[in-house]
Design a protein around this ligand. Sequence first.
Ligand SMILES: Cc1ncc(COP(=O)(O)O)c(C=O)c1O
Length: 426
Amino acid sequence: MLPIVDHAQGVFVYDNEDREYLDGCSGAVNVNIGHAVPEIVSRMHEQIDRISFAYRTQFRSQPLLDLAGRLAELAPGDLNQAQFSNSGSEAVEAALRLVTLVNARAHRPFKCVVLSEEPSYHGMTTGALAASGHPLRRQGLQSLLANQVTVARVRSSTEGLRASAEDWEDAINEIGPANLAAVIIEPVGGASSGAVPAPLDALRRLRELADEHRFLLIADEVMTGLGRTGRWFGCDHAGIVPDLMVLGKGLSGGYVAIAALLVSDRVAAALDAPVGQMLFGHTMAGAPLAAATSLAVVDYLVEHDIPRRAARAGEHLRPLLDALCRRHPLVTEVRGTGLQLALGLHTDPDRFPGISLDLTDAARDQGLLLYPAGVTPATESVLVTPPLTISERESDELALRLDRALTSLVPSAPAGDVRELLATSG
Ligand SMILES: Cc1ncc(COP(=O)(O)O)c(C=O)c1O
């Protein structure tokens, strides 16, 4: 049975029996600046005292206007228009709706295929799930998902877990570029592949192909956005600007429910109404409390130079994970970018998902939270994605608890402490 949570501070969470858990996965990879940060909590209180909710057809709100402006400044290129919702799934859904409307307005109904990758995860609402290359979560839902969105999926044609530039190009040619409305991609995989980065040349080639064949490139940065990979956005590693970008998770740091779809000026110009006023809304979307909280989080990310801190924290943590990989035969590899990291695991194909769940349970017993990932035995893994604010000492402690968890699963593995790991990591 799961423990009952009581409170949290920084990278530590406590249950109602006062047991401590180091948050090695930032909740669901969203608590990016840690728990109970005083600057955020006080700005939330200020906003609650003022007004929590006002409906978007009746009022604009200053925090939401400021947040939209802030995101436009931070996002690359001309991603200057924002549309807000409550979850990453809803924001992906909005992206799919927007792509469809652009083509409807241009009288191109045939341009309706959305191409995504297997593995990928874009959300649990029906459109987003239909677009997801996640067989596990789609299981049993085929009748619900059929006709949600016309999806084709590209797979790696080699041993690699992510599609190459050639794989994408072949898939696009097969669909017929004239029929392609959009490609949706995770710059670094999350819960689907277990933090496998897309090849940078594949991202660059997709940008070229999108320009050539006039389809839209949607970057799903729900997990990678706002610092997680050591840069502001996952796309920054490839130096590309997508036409639409989806943000969630780190946008609120887990303090409220908020997500955003950013749209380029060029795409926005092809619509009948300003992006923020499209008929996409949900009751609570972008309400003043959510907006003020998200603005406080984004201010914190800027003021504390969090993407750069994440890159440095990743440089400290990764050699520790590499050492664990050498020490524990259960671990096949360490992968990821910045602080979006994962351990690939040896899987029993007859029992999937298995070992990732066992390791998550064993880690919890050692006071460490991990996030099981993977959609097939080949991708089975655990995400190691602590808050971007984690200190070096806390990362050492994370590695120590992970070492104990791995040892508890395969007792023959030599036990040791983090100092030995550091030494063997060379
Ligand atoms: C890349 C990606 N897209 C979309 C989603 C869906 O976001 P949410 O769970 O907020 O609906 C997730 C959630 O894990 C995600 O990782």
